[in-house]
Design a binder for this molecule. Structure first.
Ligand code: FE
Length: 145
């Protein structure tokens, strides 16, 4: 397992140059992709899900589950230091936002209606993730056009 890495700080202008428009919208402007649109929602391969902005390893395929929500869902993080949780009261809702601890990018939200053993449901935008297949190639989380 990759160790937690040093924090990355970039200006929004720098992020805008590195990321695709859709990635920038979700990761840096807290957007939400259309449900069922992402490339990784149906992904069932074994491997590790990384932050699409900075590459930090975030979720293991072992904790991915079928939530029916339309967004990749996990019941745990690889290690709790990989994300930061923030209160989010936008859109008249009380939600907990999940951001990457390394680069501060928006990943999704976490809810308390997940399966055992944690009871958590990390509801994560596919666009915010990339996937590294065990012993294999990588896949982009962004929808292929
Ligand atoms: Fe990151």
């Amino acid at each position: 397992m990759q160790l937690a890495q040093k924090t990355i700080e970039k200006s929004e202008e720098e992020w805008e140059q590195i990321l695709t428009p859709e990635q920038y919208h979700v990761l840096r402007q807290k957007g939400t992709e259309r449900p069922f649109s992402g490339n990784l929602y149906y992904n069932k391969e074994k491997g590790v899900y990384t932050c699409a902005a900075c590459g930090q390893e975030l979720f293991s395929s072992n904790t991915k589950f079928e939530s029916g929500s339309g967004w990749p869902s996990f019941y745990d993080v690889i290690s709790s230091d990989r994300v930061r949780l923030k209160e989010d009261t936008s859109y008249f809702m009380n939600r907990i936002e999940v951001v990457c601890s390394r680069c501060g990018s928006h990943l999704g939200h976490v809810f308390e209606d997940g399966p055992a053993p944690t009871g958590k449901r990390y509801c994560i935008n596919s666009v915010s993730l990339n996937f590294k297949k065990e012993g294999g190639e990588s896949k982009k989380g962004e929808e292929e056009k």
